[in-house]
Write a protein that binds this ligand. Structure first.
Ligand code: ASP
Length: 429
């Protein structure tokens, strides 16, 4: 059985087991199932796997960016690739939130509804834009790596790559070393992925066991509109953008990003999914490493279409619940804030809620409103992270196509890496 199938099986079995545990009420404190399985074994194995993925992110991004910059070999091209990616990321996020607000307003979401507040949400402040800009340049690159801060890490690696190019001939051995290191890191991704089906199984079991169905039905309107808007963005907006800008076959694309989507769903973190996204974008879609090494980690940090959609839907929902009239100016503020907030925050679980509290403060909505949607947020986070990661892959593919850095033979090969994941088997090759 191929790894992809095993992972999908892990998702399915995880949902089934999670639901069983929840429906039988075994996830209440005092039960051994909760103490030893859900909060014991599942928690440990799941967290170990996510740590395993995160462990790869910094060295992988670092080495692959050095190789990427040296591969591009020209500072002008580098600027062009960066500019295109940045504009496309902003554009898709802006479309996402406009569509989300439109759908929620026309569905009359939250009109005439009253729900008991769950509260319990305390907002952490989001970094102000000035800090985001200043901190792009790391005062200490090692510290940025240690903290896993993406933008300063990207900045340092790009500058290092440029300096290597400027040194020229003498720096060749360094480039070779970086290339070897990059290959080793890619291999390490495979090693970690070997346990993915089991990890995905426990991660999803645990989320579903904790969440259950009650909350979902209580917040059915919010969940339905949000999921609808997320799917619309995934299958309509992003696909139209991909078709318009690249003319590529959409079915092939969707098939090849499936793996990255599943990991984004299981981990609820675009950052932790970077190794898998890079693998899908380079090895399956055929994007040249020089483009992908830049666009993928960049996208994981600044591009959050799904998160923006959640903010649009949540704002309309809470505003209606509390009877606040936002008006055009209010909505425009929401759009701007969400786009800006997605630039400054990293793709880690739950960060969307922090951004949401910033949006609420800005437009004068009560922050405790966030408490209402808190219960279902984990599941929504899983879905929106898949959308975020798909957006990263779409933009990477468009930029690569426009730069003539897309291996068309690899892209057009419908089956490459999609079903046969023999490249994921450790050792034998
Ligand atoms: N978990 C999301 C991500 O990593 C961010 C969020 O919406 O909370 O992309």
């Amino acid at each position: 059985m191929s790894l992809t199938i095993k992972v999908l099986l892990g998702v399915l079995l995880g949902i089934m087991l999670g639901l069983t545990i929840n429906l039988m009420g075994l996830n209440t404190s005092g039960y051994w199932v909760k103490e030893y399985i859900v909060d014991g074994l599942f928690l440990v194995v799941g967290k170990m796997f996510i740590n395993g993925l995160k462990m790869l992110v910094v060295p992988l991004v670092f080495f692959s960016l050095i190789c990427g910059v040296c591969g591009i070999g020209n500072i002008n091209t580098l600027g062009r690739v960066g500019g295109k990616a940045f504009l496309l990321y902003l554009m898709t996020t802006a479309i996402a939130i406009v569509v989300a607000i439109t759908i929620s307003v026309s569905a009359g979401l939250g009109d005439g509804m009253v729900i008991e507040s769950e509260s319990g949400f305390s907002a952490k402040p989001t970094p102000p834009l000035t800090d985001v800009l200043i901190n792009i340049i790391p005062s200490n690159p090692i510290q940025a790596m240690a903290n896993g801060d993406m933008l300063p890490l990207i900045f340092f690696a790009i500058l290092l790559g440029i300096s290597i190019l400027l040194v020229g001939e003498k720096a060749k051995p360094f480039i070779q070393a970086a290339e070897i290191a990059n290959e080793i890191m890619m291999k390490m991704v495979m090693v970690v992925m070997a346990v993915a089906p089991y990890a995905v199984f426990v991660l999803i079991s645990r989320s579903i066991a904790e969440l259950g169905l009650d909350l979902l039905s209580q917040l059915a309107g919010y969940v339905l509109v949000l999921v609808g808007a997320l799917f619309f963005h995934l299958f309509v907006t992003l696909m139209v953008v991909l078709k318009l800008f690249s003319g590529l076959n959409l079915r092939t694309f969707l098939r090849k990003v499936r793996g990255a989507q599943v990991f984004a769903f299981s981990t609820a973190s675009s950052n932790a999914t970077i190794p898998v996204t890079l693998h899908a974008v380079i090895q399956r879609l055929g994007v040249n490493n020089s483009v992908a090494s830049f666009t993928v980690p960049f996208g994981a940090t600044i591009n959050m279409d799904g998160t923006a959609i959640m903010q649009g839907v949540a704002t309309v929902f809470i505003a209606n619940l509390y009877g606040v009239e936002l008006g055009m100016a209010g909505y425009l503020t929401v759009i701007m804030m969400s786009v800006l907030a997605s630039i400054g925050t990293a793709g880690v679980p739950g960060v969307g809620l922090i951004m949401l509290s910033m949006v609420f403060t800005q437009v004068g909505l009560p922050e405790e409103g966030i408490g209402l949607i808190l219960g279902v947020d984990r599941l929504m986070d899983m879905i929106r992270t898949s959308v975020n990661v798909t957006g990263d892959a779409v933009v990477s593919t468009i930029v690569a196509k426009s730069e003539d850095s897309l291996d068309m033979a690899l892209y057009d090969d419908f089956y490459t890496g999609a079903v046969d994941t023999s490249d994921l088997h450790i050792g034998s090759k």
